[in-house]
Structures are given as C-alpha cells and as structure tokens.
Design a protein around this ligand. Structure first.
Ligand code: NAD
Length: 736
C-alpha cells in the first residue's frame, strides 16, 4: 500500500523499514492524517507474515517535532464550539479525541511484532511518546539529537502515554524532573536514564535497530510482563517515602501553583504507578482532558506555540517585499550592547563590521564575542573550528567607509541625541542606496532620530534586550516615515539571528519598557506604603514573574530609572511622574549611591561570590513598615499583573501595538510576564474584560488612579468583547 507520508521497505530478513518523511514540510509532525496512516501501517505489518519486525525512523534531518499546531488548535476550537451546545457531551468527546494517540500507540505496543524506533535527530513530545511505545529505541550519537517531552512549556503535558511509560522506565524523581521542566536530553543522558537502549554512530543507526530485531527483541513492553516492578519499586518503598511528600512542595516552590499541567504530571505519575498500565493510561487521559480545558493551556498554547511561531515566520512582514540576503551588517558602537549584537549576528553566519570611535574600542568589542565563543566551546555548544569561523566574521574598524557595502547598519552608541545625530550622518554618507539604518535606542523616539536622516523611509528601530545572546525578543520600531522595505529588512535580520520580533509604533519606552516600568513603579508604591521588600519580591514571583521588580530594577540600573524620570519631567512636565517615586529614586542614587547591580549596591546588596545577594536592610528605614500579617499577598500579586496588563492594553488603545499576539509574546519574552497567563492581554481575555474592569476599579479605589480602566476596556466590557476578537490578528486572512 502507498502512503503519503511514509515509505515502507521490507528487507530480506523480513524487517520493514518505515520512514516518516512528510512531503513539503521541513519537520515531521503529528496530524490526523499521520495517525491514520500509522494505524494502517500497523495493521499492514501485522497482517504481512513476511514482516518479522519494524524499524521506524525519519527521512528528515530531525526525527519529529511532535504534534502539529493545527491539530491542537482544532481540538480547542472543536471543544469551544461543542461546549456552547452541551458541556458534558463536549468534555466526553474531548476525552475520546485525547485518547486517540494513546490508543494508537498502545495498539503498536501490543501488536505482537517488535518495533524499534531509530532516533536520528530532534525527537520531541508525541514523537518520543511513540518511540516509548516501541519495544526498542536506538538513538544516533549526533549532536543534533535532542530528546524531550517539552509539553509543559506550553501548558499541557505528555498525554499519549508519556507519563506512564517514562515513570516505568526510569526512577520517579528523574521522570518528574524531565516532564515538569520539559528539559532536553542528549542521547547519552537518555540512555543513562534507561529511556533509550543504545546510542550508536549516525551511520550505524538503522543497522543497529535492525540488529535488535534480529537478536530476538521481544514484542512485549516491560510493563506487560508478569511481575513487572517500576524502577525504584513504585510508590510504597522507603525511597518513594522520601520523594513523594516533598514532590508537591518542590513543585509549588518552582511554580507557585500556577501551572495546572505540571501538577497533573505529578498526579499522573503518582496515581499511575499504583495501578495496572492500562488504568494508568486512562488516568493520564482524564487529567489531559481536564488540563486541555484550562484557560492556562489555551492561552499558553496560543501565545507560546502558535503566535510565537507565526511571528517568527514573519506574520508582520509586509507583502511584496523580496527576501533580504544580508551580505554584511554594520554595527556602530562596540560597547555593552553593540559587542553582543555583533556576536549574535556573526553567530547567524552574517559578516559584521564593528565600528567604534577608535580601533582599540572596536577590538575590545570583538573581545566580548571571543569570551562568548570560549564559553560556548567550553559548554560543547560550538566546536573550535565553528568558534574560529564565527569570530572571523567580525571585523573591528574605526572607518565608516567600511560600511559602504553593508545591507543594514545598527547603531548602539551612547544614548545621546547629538552623538546619535553625528553617527547617523556619518553612516549615511557612505551607506549604499537601499541599505537600512536601525537604531538600538531604548528611550529616544525613532521619528525624532529619523529627522537627522536623509532617508527616513529606510530608518527604523531595532531594539535589543540584554543579555542579547540570551533574550529571545527584539522590538522593531516604526518611525512615522519608516517604509515597508526597512521593515522587511529588519524582520529578515531578526529572523536570521533567530529571535522573535514584535513590530510596534513609535512611543516613549516602546512596548516592553513601558510595561516593565509599570511593574517597577508598582513596587515603588508598595515600598512607599511600607510593604516589606521581601514580600514585594516574593509576591511578584508567586504571581509568576521570573524576577522580582526590585531585583529587576537593580539589573536595569536605578540611575537609569532616575535618568528616565528626569527626562520625562523635562519633556512632559512635573505631573508626568509620581513625586514620591522621584524622591525614592533620587534618595537611593544621590544620597545612598545605590545604582543597582553595576556598583553592587541597589535594592539588594551584592557581596563577592559565592555569597548570594540579599535585600538591603536599609530599605526598612526608608518608610514606616507594615506588619506582614497586615498585607494581603493575593492583592500584591494582582497589582503587579493588573498594572502591566493595563499598560499593555493602553498600547493597543493608542495604536502602538496593533496585534494582540505581539503584546502577549512580547510581554512573555521581553520581561517574563507570568507565562501561564499566555501574556499580558491573554491575562485580561482569560478572566474576561468585564471582570478585569471590575478588578481595576477595585484597585483604583484602594491604590490610585493609575488602575483606572481605560475607555477601550470599558467599551469592550460593555460589548462582551475580547482582545483577540476585537483586534483579531487573522482578520485580513479571514476577509480574503
Ligand atoms: P555603552 O556605553 O556600553 O556603549 C556605547 C558605545 O558606543 C561605546 O563603546 C562608545 O565608545 C561608542 N560610541 C560612542 N560614540 C560613538 C561614535 N560617535 N562612533 C562610534 N562609536 C561611538 O552603551 P550601551 O549600554 O551599549 O548602549 C548603547 C545603546 O543601546 C544606547 O542607545 C542604549 O539606549 C541602547 N540599549 C541599551 C540597553 C542596555 O541594557 N544597556 C538595552 C537596549 C538598548
């Protein structure tokens, strides 16, 4: 029989080699069609007496990325539609749908013929669950092999038998750790955890897999053998008595109870290990059905999976612009940011000219890249040759004439209008026609800077976040006159360096910093009210923020906050800032000399390593302190999330951000906005705009007018709208 996505070739030994190779796709993913074909392959190989066993592999460089977006998306939309008609029937149908993959993999596992999965590259999620259902697993030793069950990162969990099989192959603690963090394993680590049987050289993969069958691999999973015991002996052992009472507490410490999927993993393993395997699968199916109905799963999948991919693939790229082949990128300013931008650009294979005021400064900037390369080689992420090649792509210079053949120049010089003006003029004097000038400014509006340009249509903002090599987001800022060509070049560049872009219109602070400073200012308010600093930091983390607002302010520097407040007063007048904030920050910077992490003195003290940072005790003396019992932590948590979400909604109302996907993805990647919410706008949509407006009004009455809901929000509440409904990102596609 012919298949669209698979080839099946049976050799003289009766071993069928099933190769998964979806036409027109760069990566194999599970779709409804794949499940159907796989089902047919199982039936056909069982029925064919000539087939003794099956080796399952991929025809692509990776094995498979797991489930397809559209399959998950359709599960949600199916459920939402059905729920409106009959909630109980919808849940039952969802339960059956969820069980499809589980049932298929169980059928494979019990088909009576041995199956071996030959893992040749990245093997994620459902693809590894399929491999786990095979009786043998051989992985290639290639560096590209990464094995993971990463579902928890998008709000779900391994729901096709993964929780049950992993917990029966490796000890419960390792199983929990792997699944609740979604961490990637190398082939060697997977073998050490007993999750694969063999690791072999890439060219030995198929022969080794076939050999397992020739050696008489039994077509029976360990848990289907009589007398099977889980590694470590299951739940009722002394070792388990150490693990299980602590596990929920550890999970709570790590997640503050914000991630239903992570908790479900714990329950699946704990409950599943006490029952026969098939009952365990049912338990998993029930929890999976439950988790799929949570707002967290819905919003996380939308933002962290679907939107992130769509933005990464150029959802905001203007139509009709040819793809940019970046032959050379110029970077002017080889300081803190410029040096790292040069590194990530060279790491993407693009030659860079790195310019500073003199060759020494430019060469020092390249030195940052050298340090990063050394680190990567040390961690095994780069080979020596790759590192040498990367560095050879960075050419330090002090001569602007070297930019004459650049396609894009990014300026990262001092945050000073005059300095930037001089640089814009010097660069434009040599820049070829059609090349684009981008500024990495964090505070100066792009339209203002573009006034210094003779070609404002090719002038744009490309705003990086520090540390550049780690932060996945880049804000692309459109000045009033920025044209489509500049936007296309900027987006192609961001895609080339493998970051996710959001495109925003020009405003003070753009999107991310506007939101970040709301977060920090709420913490200032709390300090001024006398809330103990420890509670402020802990409440923020319990709300799901990765870094407390005071720690974050130390990272961005308190004197930067001070400068921004002063600049805001200069530009917009005294009323534009809260005088109590000004007083707090002025006191810290001018009186106490506390600038943040950079001088080891901020809201925290930074003693020499290995000692850990701790909150500065002097904070207690700044304002009369409230007793901890008099502070409601749940309100602190709400205040942080609401003030940020409100600011995000203002950027939509003002037309700064035009697509809710960008506000959501930008808030998570830019400053870690509680990922379980799906981002700042999904947080509002998730609870419903009406409920959000009521919450804002309550907080405004108690904590100040900055919580007042906006006209847009009130209008949306009255009409029962959502951000994804009113500002539907797919409206153009739907209209077409
Ligand atoms: P920095 O002081 O570390 O580096 C600035 C570099 O520009 C220095 O090496 C300096 O010698 C060089 N320079 C100054 N004038 C120049 C000229 N005329 N020609 C060539 N080089 C010149 O500053 P930074 O922190 O890297 O910030 C640079 C820009 O990036 C600023 O606009 C800043 O707002 C923006 N930014 C900074 C951060 C951050 O976290 N530091 C984040 C995003 C954006």
């Amino acid at each position: 029989m012919a298949y669209t996505n698979f080839t099946v070739e049976t050799d003289a030994d009766g071993i069928a080699l099933v190769t998964w190779d979806m036409p027109g796709k760069s990566m194999n993913v599970f779709t409804a069609e794949i499940l159907e074909e796989l089902n047919a392959i199982i039936d056909a190989t069982v029925a064919d007496a000539a087939v003794k066993g099956v080796v399952f592999t991929s025809g692509k460089s990776s094995f498979s990325g797991g489930a397809d977006l559209s399959m998950i998306k359709s599960m949600f939309s199916f459920y939402q539609e059905e729920k409106a008609k009959n909630p109980a029937a919808a849940a039952k149908k969802l339960f059956d749908l969820v069980g499809r993959m589980t049932g298929l993999f169980r059928k494979l596992e019990t088909c009576g013929k041995p199956w071996v999965s030959a893992i040749n590259g990245t093997c994620m999620g459902g693809a590894f669950e399929l491999s786990l259902a095979c009786h043998g697993r051989v992985a290639s030793s290639a560096k590209s092999v990464k094995i993971a069950l990463p579902e928890v990162k998008v709000g779900i969990f391994p729901g096709a038998g993964g929780t049950q099989r992993i917990a029966r192959l490796t000890d419960a603690q390792s199983a929990l750790q792997m699944m609740t963090t979604g961490q990637s394993l190398t082939a060697a680590r997977a073998k050490a955890m007993n999750l694969v049987h063999q690791v072999v050289e890439p060219d030995q993969l198929i022969p080794a897999a076939k050999q397992m069958i020739k050696d008489g691999l039994k077509p029976v999973a360990p848990w289907d053998e009589k007398g099977f015991k889980a590694p470590g002996g299951g739940i009722w052992t002394p070792a388990a008595a150490q693990l299980w009472p602590a596990a929920p507490a550890i999970l709570r410490r790590e997640t503050s109870g914000n991630y239903p999927a992570a908790l479900a993993i714990l329950k699946c393993v704990y409950e599943g290990l006490q029952v026969p395997f098939d009952t365990g699968l049912k338990i998993e199916q029930r929890y999976f059905t439950h988790v799929l109905q949570t707002t967290e799963a819905y919003s996380m999948i939308r933002s962290l999976f679907i939107s992130m991919q769509e933005l990464g693939k150029g959802a905001r790229r203007p139509a009709g612009q040819p793809k940019t082949g970046l032959k050379k990128v110029g970077i002017v300013g080889a300081g803190f940011m410029g040096a790292s931008i040069a590194y990530v650009t060279a790491a993407a294979g693009i030659p860079v000219t790195l310019i500073d005021r003199d060759i020494e400064a430019a060469t020092k900037g390249k030195g940052v890249g050298e340090g990063l390369v050394k680190d990567s080689i040390g961690k095994g992420r780069l080979t020596q040759d790759e590192g040498t090649a990367l560095l050879s792509r960075i050419t330090p210079s002090s001569d602007y004439a070297d930019l004459k053949d650049a396609d894009l120049v990014i300026e990262a010089v001092f945050e000073d209008r005059e300095v930037k003006k001089a640089v814009i003029e010097a660069v434009e004097a040599v820049l070829p026609a059609g090349a684009v000038f981008a500024s990495n400014t964090s505070t100066l509006p792009i339209s203002g800077l573009a006034k210094n340009s003779k070609r404002p249509a090719d002038f744009i903002g490309v705003h990086f976040f520090s540390p550049v090599e780690k932060m996945m987001l880049t804000e692309v800022i459109l000045g009033k006159e920025t044209g489509d060509h500049a936007l296309a070049v900027a987006l192609d560049y961001v895609a080339a360096i493998k970051k996710t872009p959001i495109v925003v219109n020009d405003t003070r602070g753009f999107f991310v910093n506007r939101c970040v400073f709301r977060y920090i200012h709420e913490a200032y308010d709390m300090l001024i009210e006398g809330v103990p600093a420890t509670m402020i930091e802990n409440a923020a983390k319990m709300a799901g923020m990765p870094v407390g607002p005071l720690a974050l302010n130390d990272e961005v520097a308190i004197d930067l906050s001070y400068k921004i407040l002063k600049a805001t007063v200069a530009d917009l007048g005294e009323k534009a800032v809260d005088p109590r904030h000004m007083q707090l920050v002025t006191g810290l910077v001018e009186r106490e000399g506390r600038l943040g992490r950079k001088n080891s003195k901020g809201f925290y003290e930074y003693p020499p390593k290995p000692a850990k940072k701790s909150l500065w005790p002097g904070l207690k003396d700044l304002y009369p302190q409230k007793k901890a019992d008099d502070v409601d932590v749940s309100v602190l948590k709400q205040r942080f999330l609401v003030t940020i979400a409100l600011e995000a909604s203002r950027t939509i109302e003002e037309g700064i951000v035009t697509d809710p996907r960008e506000a959501d993805v930008g808030s998570i990647l830019g400053f870690g906005f509680a990922p379980y919410t799906g981002g700042a706008l999904s947080y509002i949509d998730g609870m419903g705009v009406k409920v959000f407006v009521q919450l804002c009004e309550k907080l405004a009455a108690a904590y100040g007018p900055h919580f007042q809901p906006t006209t847009l929000l009130k209008d949306m509440a009255a009409k029962g709208e959502t951000f994804y409904g009113r500002f539907d990102p797919y409206r153009v596609e739907k209209a077409a």
